[in-house]
Design a protein around this ligand. Structure first.
Ligand code: T46
Length: 142
């Protein structure tokens, strides 16, 4: 569990990661608690996403994550039950940090895109809020 303030879009932001550029290609690296404000306990990635598919449609109670478009592009819509904002992610050195208690939808995946996710916690289904009305209620919005 990170110590980020939770439940607000104000705590979600783009992280510019280090980029080592060379004629042979580029390299980006990420260090726990240095480039991101949490220790990485899990890594997973989304790939082979068919055109028109959407992912997400939930919030997490305690999980903090960094989403990185390591290939291709996709859109991330975040909603804290008061405001919503869309990010178009299309650079492998720019990740989107998502704090707990923020509803997310991922869409517009380009062909061959890969979304790498660094997560602050192990997988735990009880951390998910999959009902938007419950999410709004927990956020103090009816
Ligand atoms: C988010 C986006 C980017 C596991 O067994 N282990 C795991 O670590 C994960 C992430 C998922 N699963 C299982 C649970 C479900 O049966 O895989 C299935 C799909 O998982 P989920 O509904 O979490 O998938 P997405 O792609 O809709 O959402 C995930 C993250 O949960 C979410 O926080 O931001 O990827």
């Amino acid at each position: 569990m990170s110590d980020l303030k939770t439940g607000s879009l104000k705590n979600c932001y783009v992280v510019e990661l280090p980029r080592i550029r060379a004629p042979e290609g580029s390299l980006t690296f990420i260090e726990s608690l240095n480039h991101i404000p949490f220790a990485i306990r899990r890594t997973y990635y989304l790939y082979d996403v068919p055109g028109g598919a959407t992912r997400g449609a939930h919030a997490h109670r305690n999980l903090c994550q960094l989403l990185i478009p390591v290939a291709g592009s996709f859109d991330v819509t975040l909603d804290d039950a008061t405001d919503s904002q869309v990010w178009h992610l299309n650079r492998p050195y720019l990740g989107l940090l998502i704090s707990p208690m923020v509803w997310r939808n991922l869409s517009n995946f380009s062909s061959g895109s890969v979304c790498l996710v660094l997560a602050s916690e192990l997988y735990d289904e009880s951390d998910y809020i999959r009902d938007y009305h419950e999410f709004k209620s927990l956020q103090g919005r009816k």
